[in-house]
Write a protein that binds this ligand. Structure first.
Ligand code: BG6
Length: 503
């Protein structure tokens, strides 16, 4: 992991009584502390409206940590302050508390603010922080991590960027997308740019199509209230899957740093052919899961979930076809697919190479249907699978498809940090490479906007039902028909040679 020296700092978490704090943030900070990556001194200040003492906050957080004798040492770094976050006056109290902590720790004023609150507070908290000078970098760095969702459409994303930039500079802003913190997502960059093997093939001449799938077997669980106003396009595509597309499609950056990588990402987004009201329906399929029986158990449909409108037209599935109009990708479509209540949880990128130009073996037809395929598995069982045709031993020249499977877990015994560990530490170190830049976020929203408009304004825009536990509506297959291999349908259990079992 990142071996840079960590400067003394305070991490202030707004929304400290919320779910993200206890499930993701505190465990991530705990792991960083255990690996001695947080430096010394450091302190966490939890902030929210709930009244709580330091002791009560510590007790609460302990429940989410693994049993360990050093837990007491860790929680001694946790502090808590209750303020009405919407009231400007309350920030004087926050500033006093931070000044006190600084003195106690004998630390400079390096502070990371983490906004893990409801999104309506994203523009408010930075404004109030600025009112008491907590955006000033005179006594040390001040950085602001903003959780998703970053806006709900192009207009709100622009307005949020505008509001944040009133009080913090772009260099101080860290828009988090936890997909970029995943180890295998970063490995995509290394796979592409530290091997000479791929680069000559990584273009429209050799690649027929690219597929990016992120399926989840879970439904909306307890998040129906949020999800019903969001839907799969906003929840998964605009952010996580567009980032994956950017990394697969980008040109080699000149160096690995925040600007260079994010510039290349932006160029990809700028090259994506914008959809129009006329082209949305032919290129985007939306679906919503309906009730079904899975392994003999009755499973409710989306509209029966807690917090969901009974007539909801929110999509729990999206498949789309995008074209990138540049020299590298012209004519090679990128397919994106994501959904809830699908047969398994998997995120993978599939590169379907074109068939060999002249087929010498077999009857030709059989081999033609098995061209090379590279599967980059983001999760679970992170790894890379290469499918190629090799000779069946014995007489003649019969070709059979074989798998070369690399499992990340076999690379080393090394500990794989969680996305939040990686991203938090990067922010503390001032490295924004794996965070989204304002212009990229806006561009990704701009690409989604015609779809959102069409779904909102055209009552005839279809929403296809699909039974819970299936791979989505049949229309998604039509979208890809005519392209090499069709969708890949992975299922959960890996057979011995590393392939997912086919359903
Ligand atoms: C979140 C979405 O951003 O990502 C969730 O809000 C989704 O709906 C989750 O389940 C998926 O993340 P992961 O890391 O489990 O693939």
């Amino acid at each position: 992991m990142n071996m840079k020296k960590t400067e003394p700092h305070i991490l202030v978490i707004f929304g400290a009584s919320g779910d993200l704090t206890k499930r993701k943030l505190i465990p991530a900070i705990y792991n960083l502390h255990h690996q001695k990556l947080l430096g010394h001194p450091f302190a966490i200040l939890g902030v929210s409206r709930t009244q709580m003492s330091d002791e009560e906050f510590r007790e609460k957080m302990l429940e989410f940590l693994p049993e360990n004798e050093q837990n007491n040492d860790f929680v001694s770094h946790l502090h808590y302050e209750s303020i009405q976050t919407s009231e400007q006056d309350e920030y004087k109290k926050l500033k006093e508390r931070l000044d006190k902590l600084k003195k106690q720790l004998n630390a400079p004023g390096n502070i990371v603010f983490y906004l893990s609150t409801p999104p309506n507070m994203y523009p408010v908290i930075p404004m109030h922080l600025a009112s008491v000078g907590l955006n000033s970098q005179e006594d040390g760095f001040k950085r602001l991590i903003v959780e998703k969702p970053f806006g709900t459409n192009l207009e709100s994303a622009k307005s949020l960027n505008h509001d944040l930039l009133e009080y913090f500079n772009e260099e101080q802003l860290y828009r988090i997308d936890h997909y970029l913190g995943k180890e295998t997502v970063q490995n995509l960059l290394v796979l592409r740019f530290s091997n000479s093997l791929w680069e000559p093939l990584w273009n429209h001449k050799y690649i027929d199509n690219v597929q990016i799938t992120s399926s989840e077997s879970l439904g909306v669980e307890k998040r129906g209230g949020y999800y019903d106003h969001s839907g799969a396009l906003r929840d998964m595509v605009q952010n996580h899957l567009m980032q994956l597309l950017g990394l697969v499609a980008m040109e080699p950056p000149t160096v690995v740093n925040a600007d260079s990588i994010r510039n290349e990402m932006l160029k990809v987004f700028q090259s994506i052919r914008p959809l129009t009201p006329e082209t949305v329906s032919a290129n985007v399929v939306r679906g919503q899961y309906t009730s079904s029986r899975i392994k003999g158990i009755e499973v409710p449909g989306y509209r029966e979930e807690e917090g969901v409108n009974k007539q909801s037209r929110t999509e729990t599935f999206v498949a789309m076809k995008l074209q990138i109009d540049n020299w590298r990708w012209s004519g090679t479509p990128f397919f994106i697919r994501t959904g809830k209540k699908m047969p398994t949880r998997v995120t993978e990128i599939v590169i379907n190479f074109r068939p060999a130009p002249h087929l010498l073996f077999n009857s030709g037809e059989e081999q033609k249907s098995q061209p090379n395929q590279l599967v980059i598995r983001i999760q679970p069982d992170e790894g890379i699978l290469m499918k190629m045709g090799l000779k069946v031993p014995g007489a003649g020249f019969n070709v059979q498809p074989v798998n070369m499977n690399f499992r990340y877990a076999e690379l080393s015994e090394a500990y794989l940090p969680t996305a939040y560990e990686r991203l938090l530490l990067d922010c503390i170190h001032g490295d924004a490479t794996l965070y989204s830049r304002g212009d990229n976020v806006e561009k990704a929203w701009e690409l989604m906007q015609p779809i959102l408009n069409e779904w909102e304004n055209n009552p005839a825009a279809p929403l296809h039902g699909y039974p819970a536990g299936s791979w989505g509506p049949a229309e998604a297959d039509k979208l890809i028909s005519g392209h090499l291999n069709g969708w890949r349908y992975p299922c959960k259990n890996l057979s011995n040679d590393g392939e997912y079992c086919e359903l």
